[in-house]
Design a binder for this molecule. Structure first.
Ligand code: AKB
Length: 321
């Protein structure tokens, strides 16, 4: 059976990807690599866990050897907003971290999953239905490391015949772990304020349209791509994937259908400039053609599901039907 090490397992995606993979590959075959501290509760504790610092080769290598790992899913990343506060750290974690994983993959012949982001795109990229191959001039350190990461990962695919795969995720909306340090985080935070009946101050302008995806579709994109027939893949990494796009105002209005008292005001901060540099919608036809990508969730269905899940988590009642 395949043995998978998930690096950065305690983040927004890892918290849900690890249990998802454990259902497919077996509990003991998916190792949750945590950093810096082991969580005290939650689903990750239901299987093997190991301290892994992606910036230290020895740290990753010892987990690979200890668990006889075949595949590494490297989710460790400093996102766009935090990356602008500490670009040096973003370089270390995102770039040096990926390089470490690729070098170990070369040595131990491991398969790798590594996500990129719509942050690779910049102000000179066409904003509507942004194609797979477009002008790519990111203005954030996060976007720069993601694009450089795509290039180096693809280099390892063709130079060393390695199996490295990955998507370009848009903003991910999820109900388990909160995202940390991204520009699209508002689209998760607002649900907690809405369910608790608190007013929410959004740090983006109300008309800032961005592409997004719901976590069940993000998880599906990982597994579908990793299971895809290798002979059909040309790009391997950095596949545009998307589900829907919306503005903060549209999200506010959709939530207000179920929570009529919701109050939102808008005070754009430094994240506005980042959001303004990104696409408004994404063309994911290459992913559809090469490995059959197709999202299941619509914007409206996602909002209902999020409200139910967040209400349950916070011990509140909500009626969405
Ligand atoms: C961020 O906002 O930085 C991330 C992303 C779009 O990659 N959610």
């Amino acid at each position: 059976m395949t043995r998978i090490l998930v690096i950065g397992a305690t983040g927004q995606v890892g918290t849900e990807l690890v249990p998802f993979l454990r259902k497919i590959y077996g509990r003991d075959n998916v190792i949750a690599g945590y950093y810096p501290v082991k969580p005290e509760k939650g689903p990750l504790l239901e299987g093997p866990m190991e301290y892994v610092d992606v910036t230290k080769v020895e740290s990753i290598e010892s987990a690979i050897k200890k668990y006889n790992v075949d595949e590494v899913y490297n989710l460790a990343a400093i996102l766009s907003a935090t990356g602008e506060k500490n670009p040096q750290l973003a370089w270390q974690v995102n770039m040096v971290g990926l390089y470490n994983v690729l070098e170990l993959a070369r040595e131990y012949r491991l398969r790798v999953f590594w996500p990129s982001s719509i942050a690779v795109f910049g102000p000179t990229t066409p904003k509507i239905k942004t194609p797979q191959h477009a002008v790519i001039e990111p203005i954030t350190m996060y976007g720069i490391t993601k694009y450089a990461g795509e290039l180096i990962a693809r280099y390892y695919v063709y130079k060393y015949d390695l199996d490295v795969r990955g998507v370009r995720w848009p903003g991910i909306i999820s109900s388990e772990a909160l995202p940390g340090g991204g520009t699209t985080d508002y689209a998760v935070e607002i649900f907690y304020y809405a369910v608790e009946g608190k007013p929410y101050t959004c740090y983006l302008r109300e008309d800032t349209e961005l592409p997004m995806i719901y976590m069940p579709d993000a998880l599906k994109s990982v597994v579908d791509l990793m299971k895809a027939d290798k002979s059909k893949l040309k790009l391997f990494v950095g596949y545009n994937v998307a589900a829907f796009s919306f503005t903060p105002k549209q999200l506010e209005e959709e939530i207000r259908k179920y929570i009529p008292n919701l109050k939102v005001d808008y005070k754009p901060d430094f994240r506005q400039k980042i959001a303004d540099s990104w696409p408004r919608s994404i063309d994911d036809s290459v992913a559809r053609e090469e490995w059959g990508w197709k999202p299941d969730w619509t914007f409206e269905a996602m909002v209902k599901d999020m409200l139910v899940k967040i209400a349950r988590k916070l011990g509140r009642e909500i009626h969405v039907d």
